[in-house]
Design a protein around this ligand. Sequence first.
Ligand code: NAD
Length: 286
Amino acid sequence: METTLLLGKSIAEKIKTEITLEAQSFLKQTGLAPTLCAIQVGEEAASALYIKSQKRAAESCGIRHDLITLPITSSEADLVKEIGKANQNPKVHGVIIQTPLPKTFRADYVLDQIHPDKDVEAVTTSNLGRLGMNKSGLSPCTAGACLRMIEETKVDLFGKEAVVVGSSKTVGLPIFLLLVGKKMTSMICHTGTFKAGTFESHVRRADVLVVAAGKPNLVPGSWVKEGSIVIDVGINQLDGKTVGDVEFESAKQRAAFITPVPGGVGPVTVMMLLKNLVACAEKQRT
Ligand code: NAD
């Protein structure tokens, strides 16, 4: 079988072109560049790297990226106050809170303080709820990236079977909701499915298989349905190499489309953040 690799870099380039045009048009009409405000508490090395690449990607598309760093001694109330300021600032169109937050902070409570219209990562209860109600709104970036990659195949999804492995609020659950919204017959597998011993039979039925468990080679290639679409979200380190949750080489023999790891979903995720930002900016203008 001829297998097509869904390469994140080329899909990301395509999205980047779209975002750049949207950002230019916004600037022309409002005199403002769409602006993302990232807020962090303390300066962690891993966060600093991520923020640097976020800023580089944003600026390469004509998006302004402002970083606010609160001292590590800040309280939860200090952070909430800063989010409130960004919510009120008409020159800020999207807010992102760098995680992990200090252990004493209530992460869900803090994230819910972002105004839903500025919630570029779609992490608020309100935006997840909208997704569940199939109302148009923002999608969490990784979930949006998976859907975009699936749609790039141009395969008709209507009524086909989708299986999502992983039920996290930020990845698995929103992907599931997006696929239900596409009228796919969809289900989620998680540790409960694994323990019940029914995991393999569900995975084998998937016309679209999205795996986001964070377990190296959890899905053997022999379980992948012939001619299916396989989106591997997992990022794991194994024997000094980065691998996904699906056994890539054997899965590639059976799938019609498959994402590699690394180089699959990751580069598209960053672009979906910026895509959400220009959508937020546009919504606030009208
Ligand atoms: P998580 O730990 O919050 O959730 C993992 C989910 O997988 C849970 O629902 C759990 O029930 C399920 N699971 C775990 N073991 C299982 C098993 N044996 N059988 C069936 N289900 C099982 O993780 P997350 O934040 O959703 O991330 C998942 C993976 O995706 C990680 O590897 C993470 O690094 C990666 N990730 C990648 C991107 C990207 O842009 N490529 C973005 C976010 C996360």
